[in-house]
Design a protein around this ligand. Structure first.
Ligand code: DQA
Length: 148
């Protein structure tokens, strides 16, 4: 039997407040709702779903993905716009990395237009709300399957 795909889904600062945080931008679903969407979209894949408000913890978790994860999905939230440390940690990975945003940062304030994560990512999904997480899991599964 083929190996069970393992996908790590990491979420950065303030995403613990989804559902109550600026719902006109980020929607009404909570992070727990979104985790359920990921599990469903994974269809049997192992989904390791985590959130932290701390940059160093995200770095630790990215490093952890070096062992055992087949793909990484990261919503870096605001740290995507500020963190060279996240970029450097992602560059140590040899698995597919999907950068994910609920909103479309390119269509928002200028300070959201640059991402330190994009240049270390395989691809970017942005602007599709909670549905973006399902799209990211599907993309991750395809990338895992297509890998030599
Ligand atoms: C976000 C977009 C970021 O600009 C913002 O700082 C967030 C959430 C998103 O999912 O749309 O916290 O990553």
């Amino acid at each position: 039997m083929a190996e069970t795909p393992v996908i790590h889904v990491l979420n950065g600062p303030n995403l613990n407040l989804l559902g109550v945080r600026e719902p006109h931008i980020y929607g009404h679903e909570t992070l727990a709702d979104i985790e359920q969407r990921c599990v469903k979209a994974g269809g049997g894949a192992k989904i390791v779903f985590r959130q932290t408000n701390h940059e160093g913890v995200l770095v630790d978790w990215i490093q952890e993905a070096r062992e055992g994860a087949h793909a990484l999905i990261l919503n870096p939230a605001a740290y995507g716009h500020t963190s060279v440390a996240l970029h450097d940690a992602l560059k140590t990975l040899s698995i597919p990395v999907i950068e994910l945003h609920l909103s479309n940062p390119a269509a928002r304030e200028a300070f959201r237009h640059h991402s330190y994560v994009s240049s270390a990512a395989t691809g970017v999904i942005a602007g599709f709300g909670a549905n973006g997480y399902e799209l990211a899991v599907q993309a991750a599964l395809n990338l895992i399957r297509e890998r030599p």
